[in-house]
Design a binder for this molecule. Structure first.
Ligand code: NAD
Ligand code: SAH
Length: 416
């Protein structure tokens, strides 16, 4: 190993150790896996953000007996020092920060070369590549887990079209993932990324949040908490009403575009901010995406409208100058701002998502022979166990049902 790689690996190791301190549940799962070896002899191809928190997950799976090949689930999100550290732990990591699209898919293909028994995905790119380019491997795959909302939408569509060839577990849909990772994780790390990239003041600014789902709610809450005036845009009338009743102003993007200082897309949809919206924006408006890939903000339209482009005016910040001199600032090339300009969700949050993920992998390893192709929920007891362990680690006690209460909840004969 080159001296430079060795120092990179050392920095990565320190980062992983730091993350591990805030992941007591995953540490407990890893210890259990080490004793019971639920993944003995299995090969896993994983496509996840290569971060310190993912390294802790991979360590738990390895302790359970698995051999793992890891590719990144985003071209910009890899922490190179963590990747270097993982290689010294005998994990095949195919990832580097700042790669182009072709290299990103080459890395996914290289991870698939392990000929996996199980797969882990975050956005469905690996599963998609398996079903389109690497069909010769499909017979060997007996199941997998999907980490995020958009990945599960795609898997459900594949299942509906009878295209999905093995069972996939919807880790995102556990309460311990969606309620905390998508909401508090995205809320904090998105603002973290925006502030690291621009050093902008949030207080007193108008922040437009596109999408009021689990992630959007988190971003809106945290922006409001820092003193921003928050506007929400939605296409779902119930979500829009919810945002309104929580005191947010709700507007169509065509109107919000004129007043926003800072725009955050978290919809999982494409073309949410389009040329017609960009044309209305104020000088200095900041554009950030924390939803899915680089399609939520129409970057091609922005490039087409720009008379001048200043790349890298700040780290992860590109300035597009319009014909009349207005400047629009695009963060992280329109890709996930929280994993590109910051470090993704804090380890304390990923502790829950990745413990659910690790326990779901072990469940799948045990049950895969009897599962038909399709999308499966994580068993409810795994969800409850993750929450119980997290509460115990925080020293928080809760009440238990008395026998009379349990009976009351089961009965319909008793009147009021
Ligand atoms: P969700 O389904 O709970 O919310 C998405 C919301 O966007 C919905 O309310 C929907 O009505 C709304 N929406 C759709 N199209 C819209 C449009 N054109 N304009 C305005 N609103 C629109 O999903 P979620 O769990 O909040 O996830 C959102 C996205 O973020 C997904 O792509 C998910 O994969 C991703 N995600 C990112 C992170 C991260 O770390 N950055 C974390 C978790 C999830
Ligand atoms: N691959 C797609 C979709 C990613 S969605 C894309 O890059 O656009 C974001 C997912 O990243 C979430 O489901 C969340 O669980 C995960 N994530 C957030 N912070 C993370 C971290 N610190 N380490 C690993 N994964 C993280």
């Amino acid at each position: 190993m080159e001296a430079q790689d060795a120092s990179l690996a050392e920095a990565g190791e320190r980062r992983i150790d730091w993350a591990m301190r805030s992941m007591p549940v995953l540490r407990a799962v890893a210890a259990r896996f080490e004793a019971t070896r639920p993944l003995e002899g299995l090969r896993i191809a994983a496509c996840l953000h290569v971060t310190a928190e993912t390294a802790v997950l991979v360590g738990a799976l390895k302790a359970g007996g698995a051999a793992i090949a890891l590719a990144a689930s985003n071209p910009l999100s890899t922490q190179d020092d963590v990747a270097a550290a993982l290689r010294t732990y005998d994990i095949a990591v195919h990832a580097r920060a700042g790669v182009d699209r072709d290299t990103y898919y080459r890395h996914i293909n290289e991870a698939l070369d392990i000929a996996p028994d199980l797969v882990l995905d975050d956005g469905c790119d690996l599963v998609n590549t398996l079903h389109t380019e690497r069909v010769e491997l499909l017979d060997g795959v007996s199941g997998g887990c999907e980490e995020t909302t958009t990945g599960i939408i795609r898997l459900r569509q594949m299942a509906a079209e009878q295209a999905l060839r093995f069972p996939m577990v919807a880790v995102n849909d556990t309460r311990t993932k969606r309620m905390f990772d998508n909401r508090y994780g995205t809320g904090q790390s998105t603002l973290d990324g925006i502030v690291r990239a621009t050093n902008t003041l949030i207080a007193g600014r108008t922040v437009v949040v596109a999408g009021f789902g689990f992630c959007g709610r988190g971003v809106a809450e945290r922006a409001r908490g820092q003193g921003a005036r928050v506007i929400v845009t939605e296409i779902d009338p119930v979500k829009a009403l919810d945002a309104s009743l929580q005191g947010y102003e709700v507007l169509p993007m065509s109107e919000a575009a004129r007043t926003g200082d800072l725009f955050v897309t978290v919809t999982g949809n494409r073309d949410v901010i389009r040329g017609e919206h960009l044309a209305e924006m104020k000088d200095g408006a900041i554009l950030a995406n924390a939803g899915h890939f680089d399609v939520e903000i129409d970057v091609r339209a922005l490039e087409g409208m720009a008379h001048d482009v200043h790349l890298g005016v700040r780290p992860h910040t590109d300035e597009y100058v319009l014909a009349d001199g207005r400047r629009l600032l695009l963060l992280a090339e329109g890709r996930l701002v929280n994993l590109t300009a910051a470090e993704g969700h804090p380890a304390a949050v990923m502790d829950m998502s990745f413990s659910a993920q690790a326990l779901a992998v072990a469940w799948l390893a045990a049950e895969r022979a009897r599962l038909a192709p399709g999308v499966y929920d994580v068993p409810a007891d795994i969800d409850a166990e993750v929450a119980r362990l997290k509460l115990a680690a925080a020293g928080i006690a809760i009440d238990a049902l008395t026998p009379v209460q349990a009976e009351y909840l089961r009965s319909w004969r008793l009147g009021s």
